[in-house]
Write a protein that binds this ligand. Structure first.
Ligand SMILES: [Zn+2]
Length: 301
């Protein structure tokens, strides 16, 4: 395993004593040296020119780079083209990991999971967010990315209030705030900087609260979201895909509901949708689709 394990910077990660795991702690971002295409190429050429396998293994461990024919392409930049995707880094990464840690600390257990679910079921969920009706009580099992998103942004600040100690909750809210910024449809440079600072604070305090061994590679990568990594198309595209998938599911569900109801109750159905959702703009777009569907149905009768 290479000790230079990050695709974006040249940090050397030491091994945790008595284990083969790497220590990903340390969040002094200003000290991190970014990888570059030129440097990566130099390391790859050294690896290719190594005299024997032992030397290659040492070079790979030290630099985290091997030779590939792709390096011959002048436009190919393995550092810039390696995308940190938000879905796995935030939703299925740290959000999921935090639950495992809180369970280990016994902040979350089978008893309070039921109370948490009851509290969650009382929350009105805006359009575009997945509802979690059972999975909190089931121990957060089989949660999808859009459900993790709802958990972080909507459910967790309310549900965890009486579950986590004040310091731990305060630290989690830093993550939630960042999450809200990074999952917005639009983001400006100032907000990217704000998200970066909050993530840095979250990771630093996390290390103090839960120890170095609990720090994950995803947390190291959080700080690369703030630099050019976040501006790469991949991150935003993946986030958009999740949103479009949720909207598609909503439209499908509404179309199904529509087929179940008579035209007489159609008006009340529309009002129900309208008043039960918060993001009116999103819902107006769906309502237009519904009206077109209704018109089609009406003309058939
Ligand atoms: Zn790095």
């Amino acid at each position: 395993m290479s000790t230079c394990a990050c695709h974006k910077c040249q940090r050397q990660f030491m091994t945790i004593k008595k284990t083969s795991k790497l220590d990903y702690s340390g969040f002094k971002y200003s000290n991190w040296v970014r990888r570059t295409k030129t440097m990566n190429l130099e390391h790859a050429v050294s690896w290719a020119n190594a005299l024997n396998n032992t030397e290659r293994t040492c070079l790979e461990k030290e630099n985290g780079t091997r030779w590939s024919e792709l390096h011959r392409l002048s436009y190919f930049d393995p550092v810039h083209f390696t995308v940190i995707d938000l879905m796995h880094n935030l939703y299925l990464g740290t959000a999921k990991r935090m639950i495992q840690i809180w369970r280990k600390c016994n902040y979350i257990n089978e008893k309070n999971q039921l109370t948490m679910q009851e509290l969650a079921n009382g929350i009105v969920i805006p359009c575009g967010y997945a509802r979690i009706t059972k999975k909190i009580a089931d121990g957060f099992s089989f949660m999808k990315a859009d459900e993790w998103k709802s958990w972080c942004v909507i459910y967790s600040p309310f549900v965890l209030k009486h579950v986590l100690p004040a310091k731990n909750l305060e630290n989690w809210i830093l993550f939630v705030d960042t999450y809200r910024l990074l999952t917005k449809p639009l983001i400006n440079n100032k907000e990217i900087d704000e998200a970066h600072s909050k993530l840095q604070l979250f990771c630093t305090r996390f290390q103090t609260l839960y120890g170095k061994s609990a720090v994950t590679p995803n947390m190291h990568l959080h700080l690369h979201l703030g630099d050019r990594g976040f501006l790469d198309d991949g991150d935003r595209v993946l986030h958009k895909l999740i949103k479009y998938e949720t909207i598609r599911q909503n439209i499908q569900a509404l179309a199904f509901e529509l087929r179940q109801k008579s035209i007489k109750s159609y008006a009340s159905f529309l009002f129900y949708i309208f008043y039960s959702k918060i993001h009116v703009c999103d819902w107006m777009k769906i309502l237009i689709r519904l009206l077109i569907n209704a018109q089609t149905l009406y003309s058939k009768k």
